[in-house]
Design a protein around this ligand. Structure first.
Ligand SMILES: C[S@@+](CC[C@H](N)C(=O)[O-])C[C@H]1O[C@@H](n2cnc3c(N)ncnc32)[C@H](O)[C@@H]1O
Length: 299
């Protein structure tokens, strides 16, 4: 299954609601999304998809679903970056945040910028979107990608998220998609590889440090998403549980997309989403969405 994210607000030419047959010069047939309400219906519809057919994803905004093997490379609509080829699971953190236009948002580990572009789409290019990337080569790639997608609200910084100075108190939403083992997107040949436990523990410690930095430094942040393309609990549930141990007075998990079939694997992390080729027809992925607990003083 291939999903694409429509860059509808940035370039202002595309929106499936006003132009259902816009793509591929009207040779594509839209399949109604009405029967896709549950996961079995979704699966069946994906199986039935043939070349030149697509449907609007019933769960994730701005996403169209195409059959595997669909060739986009001949079409201006793809070459001009009006659409982004992206795994559906990778769109989930942006959906969980859904920052309204005018907000101040941080993408803490941004390159190559797919999620930054999605966030700009939610913002309708209005507001402030800080995008930080440590690696110099990837930072250049990030800037090129944002430019060609028409992102105008981003301030990019080639820096370390853990030390860079930001207007911490002004940031409403944070998307944290840090480096991880990448085990969710490995191919089958990798399945025989031995798990490097030490590396996983190192990654897990760094990921925990990064979320802790968000929870302690960004005093006004309303929502924070944490995501990985890892299948390992050390980088997913274990990190989230450590954060809950420290911050359950101030942050709680959001149970977004309650119908999503694959969930966090421990009692305390059920609100998190997991994704996999078998369960959700996507790459392996994990998302947690935290929101600040609003305390009301009753006198
Ligand atoms: C998983 S990738 C991000 C993918 C990106 N969110 C997207 O959807 O296109 C993680 C990125 O974080 C960057 N990174 C790692 N440590 C960082 C840090 N301390 N500060 C900023 N960026 C960092 C890596 O160089 C890498 O480009």
């Amino acid at each position: 299954m291939i999903t694409i994210n429509i860059n509808c607000e940035l370039n202002k030419v595309l929106h499936y609601r006003c132009s259902k047959d816009f793509i591929l010069n009207k040779h594509v047939i839209l399949i109604s999304s009405i029967s896709l309400k549950n996961s079995a219906g979704f699966r069946k519809s994906v199986k039935r998809l043939s070349n030149l057919k697509y449907f609007i994803d019933p769960e994730v905004e701005h996403v169209l679903v195409f059959a595997t093997g669909t060739k986009f490379f001949d079409y201006d609509i793809y070459l001009n970056r009006h659409i982004l080829l992206m795994d559906k699971a990778s769109c989930l953190p942006c959906l969980a945040l859904s920052p309204p236009p005018g907000s101040t948002v941080l993408d803490a580990c941004a390159a190559p910028g797919n999620k930054t572009i999605c966030l700009a789409n939610y913002l309708k290019n209005k507001g402030v979107l800080y995008a930080i990337e440590l690696n110099r080569r990837r930072f250049k790639e990030l800037n090129a990608n944002l430019k060609s997608a028409g992102v105008k609200c981003a301030h990019t910084l080639n820096d370390d998220f853990l030390t860079v100075a930001l207007p911490f108190d002004e940031i409403d939403y944070v998307l944290l998609d840090p480096s991880c083992s990448g085990s969710g997107i490995r191919n089958r040949a990798d399945d025989t590889k031995v798990i490097d436990e030490e590396r996983l523990e190192r990654l897990s410690a760094l990921q925990t440090r990064m979320i802790t930095h968000v929870m302690t430094k960004f005093s006004k942040v309303k929502r924070v998403t944490y995501s990985t393309c890892s299948i390992y609990s050390q980088e997913n549930e274990q990190v989230v549980e450590t954060i809950l141990d420290q911050f359950s007075d101030t942050f709680q998990l959001v149970d977004f997309l309650p119908e999503w079939p694959s969930r966090g694997q421990t009692e305390r992390t059920r609100a998190c989403l997991r994704a996999s080729p078998d369960d959700t027809l996507t790459n392996g992925f994990f998302v947690a969405c935290f929101e600040r607990i609003i305390k009301i003083d009753i006198q």
